[in-house]
Design a protein around this ligand. Structure first.
Ligand code: PBG
Length: 327
């Protein structure tokens, strides 16, 4: 027998004791379910690179929201897939009160008012260039012109009933400008979830397939962050908080757990993390091959994002995980 006073394993002897000392909780209340909406009725198209995820028409989105609310999920994040002919250089369609996104927000708020609706503020779904910002004659993304467009887009979304707008474009100064625009139009209670530390990541690939929204030329590196940087993430987050962000986000999540932790320690607003399409696809693909236990890996990945310091997780696993957690 070893002469050991300290035996950490005593805190792991049984399920009861392990439960007692568990440091991190996973709950559907902290999940946001991202949803892809397209035109039509009772129309559902599978997304090849994201098994079990679909582009859905408005009526099916409402159904999905009802189910999510029943599972205890607090919010959905909407992403519209638009016909190519509705896209132009200035994202005009994003302002249309009768447009796809605005009408979907209304339909959800009418039918399932208890679920929070979060809308994406960025030009890419509406842009003929496939960029989050305005592309000028020289092929440059113009910051200030883009911010003006984003302010209009935010107002249109708030008008439709969005609870929280989520600028995902990474332009400078957009949080302050959007906050002012919302307030001037009477939307003082519409929240802002800022995609503050959004990296130029290859893990967004499946999402761009889902929306057909890949940039037509160039890449997003003049606005999205370099994966090599972490101090810059803190700077971005601090600016967004100073400009009025109610919550900040790190994206992607799993390859950036260190960033989530650093931001958790740097600011006091809630921190969200986006478990992006590529992270989802990796687990699904490995599980489909029989290489990983899908359920266990999903829950471990989500738990790890919470442990790193995220309060809120955007994840395509939201419903599946919520079901597991109910058992
Ligand atoms: C674009 C946007 C992207 C995602 C959410 N909003 C893609 C991009 O920046 O190219 C990615 C989400 C995911 O991969 O799950 N405004």
């Amino acid at each position: 027998m070893m002469n050991l006073i300290l035996r950490p394993r005593r805190n792991r002897v049984s399920a009861a004791v392990r439960g007692l000392v568990c440091e991190t909780e996973l709950s559907p209340a902290h999940f946001i379910l991202p949803l892809f909406v397209h035109e039509g009725k009772n129309h559902r198209v599978a997304i090849k690179s994201m098994p079990e995820q679909f582009r859905l028409s408005r009526d099916l989105i409402v159904k999905e929201c009802r189910e999510a609310a029943k599972l205890g999920i607090s919010a959905v994040a909407l992403f519209p897939a638009l016909a190519e002919k509705l896209k132009d250089k200035t994202a005009t369609e994003s302002l249309n009160p009768n447009g796809l996104l605005q009408q979907t927000v209304k339909a959800i708020k009418d039918a399932v008012p208890e679920i929070a609706v979060i809308t994406d503020v960025a030009m890419d779904p509406y842009s003929s260039d496939g960029h989050d910002g305005y592309v000028n004659e020289n092929g440059e993304i113009e910051n200030d012109r883009t911010v003006e467009i984003l302010c209009g887009m935010s107002i249109a979304q708030a008008q439709a009933g969005a609870d929280i707008v989520a600028p995902s474009d990474m332009m400078d100064g957009r949080i302050g400008a959007i906050r002012r625009a919302l307030d001037e139009n009477g939307f003082i209670n519409t929240g802002i979830l800022a995609y503050s530390a959004k990296y130029a990541s290859a893990f967004y690939g499946p999402f761009r397939d889902a929306l057909d929204s890949a940039p037509k030329s160039g890449d997003k590196k003049t606005y999205q962050m370099n994966p090599a940087n972490s101090r810059e993430a803190i700077r971005e987050v601090q600016l967004d908080v100073a400009e009025g962000a109610d919550m900040v986000m790190v994206k992607p999540a799993l390859p950036y757990l260190d960033i989530i932790r650093a931001i958790r320690e740097a600011v006091n607003v809630p921190v969200a993390a986006y478990n992006v399409s590529g992270e989802y696809a990796m687990i699904k693909a490995a599980a489909a091959n029989g290489w990983l236990d899908e359920k266990k890996c999903m829950l471990e990945a989500l738990l790890s994002i919470r442990r790193a310091g995220a309060d809120v997780i955007l994840t395509y696993f939201a419903k599946q995980a919520a079901r597991e957690l109910q058992r």
